[in-house]
Design a binder for this molecule. Structure first.
Ligand SMILES: Cc1ncc(COP(=O)(O)O)c(C=O)c1O
Length: 326
């Protein structure tokens, strides 16, 4: 079955859903976007994503011509029209992309409003749930709010692209952890960053990072689990001395980190660390699916079975540790 795309009020095939090359969204990074994932084929935290989308639109002073309720209805219909493409174990990342319609040369045109569903890229994180991500701090700094406010989800991603290019040269496969212009940890190119030290969960203040939907979920779950939260200014020094670290984002949910700039964080040979694991389990419960097992199953073959067995074992160990009160 072919993918169906929402484009300016119409549901079209991917081939039909085209925008003019003269549009500012194509050459100016003049737009906003959202990515909302499904769990068991249902959109997770859609209202939070729509709130951020509307805030991003207000930030760039763009009236897309639809109310929030109309965007929501079109979102649900976009998903419904694509659901038949999913098998039982599959899920989607549903994208909203809204750009200023104006054309090159200043010719007026209505905004472009697009929504589409892509298959979740489960294999990107399946191994990292047990082995952890390697993070490297690039020289390029997170765009400061004085330039482009990082809280908004805008389509101009050159800041993140530069960070990824730089880190990819140093350590292919590593993920950039950007610092802000004061040298404090901000976030990765695609996720918010957390670390645990002395049982407390630390994360960057909201000022220099995307207002991550998963970040808010993590903070809610930590509160429910009785884990103290510290939002502040932290440097690599604090992370080198941390017990655990992880990244949050819509695609990976929560994924552990093993190293920063080559330095192992905590017991990096036995990931996820205990508090990260508790948060991952709580996240799966909130989402209604063991998202780690789902990603591992998508790999297929022996690799899938090995990872799933290790994941089960890690969960069993944590259950034993809890029941023995340690
Ligand atoms: C720069 C950046 N930070 C954080 C996030 C995580 O945000 P969310 O949890 O809403 O996906 C993303 C997601 O794309 C991102 O691009």
């Amino acid at each position: 079955m072919e993918a169906i795309v929402y484009l300016n009020g119409r549901f079209l095939s991917e081939e039909e859903a085209v925008v003019p090359v003269t549009t500012r969204g194509f050459f100016g990074g003049d737009g906003v976007y959202e990515v909302t994932r499904t769990f068991r084929h249902k959109l997770f935290r859609l209202d939070d994503h729509l709130t951020r989308l509307c805030r991003s639109l207000a930030y760039i002073r763009l009236d897309c011509g639809l109310t929030r309720d109309e965007i929501k209805a079109a979102t649900e219909e976009t998903l419904a029209r694509n659901l038949a493409r999913l098998d039982d174990g599959g899920d989607f990342a549903l994208w909203h992309v809204i750009t200023r319609g104006e054309h090159a040369g200043g010719r007026a045109a209505p905004p472009v409003v697009a929504m589409f569903c892509v298959d979740m890229d489960f294999d990107r994180y399946a191994e990292a749930y047990l082995e952890g991500l390697r993070l490297v701090t690039p020289g390029v700094r997170r765009t400061p709010p004085q330039s482009i406010d990082p809280k908004g989800k805008v389509t101009s991603r050159m800041n993140q692209v530069q960070a990824a290019l730089e880190v990819g040269r140093v350590d292919p496969g590593a993920v950039p952890l950007l610092l802000d212009t004061n040298g404090n940890i901000a976030e990765t190119n695609t996720g918010n960053f957390f670390f645990l030290s002395e049982g407390r969960l630390h994360t960057s203040k909201g000022r220099n990072v995307l207002a991550g939907v998963t970040r808010s979920v993590v903070l809610e779950l930590a509160e429910d689990l009785g884990i103290d939260i510290v939002e502040g200014d932290f440097t690599a020094y604090d992370v080198y001395n941390a017990d655990e670290a992880f990244v949050s984002g819509t695609s990976p949910s929560i994924v552990p980190v093993c190293r920063l700039n080559g330095a192992a964080i905590g017991d990096s040979g036995n990931l996820p660390g205990p508090d990260t694991l508790r948060l991952m389990q709580a996240f799966s419960e909130a989402a209604g699916v063991d998202y780690v097992a789902q990603a591992m199953a998508s790999l297929g073959g022996n690799r899938s079975r090995d990872l799933a067995e290790r994941w089960d074992q890690r969960n069993r160990e944590s259950g034993r540790a809890e029941s023995s009160g340690s």
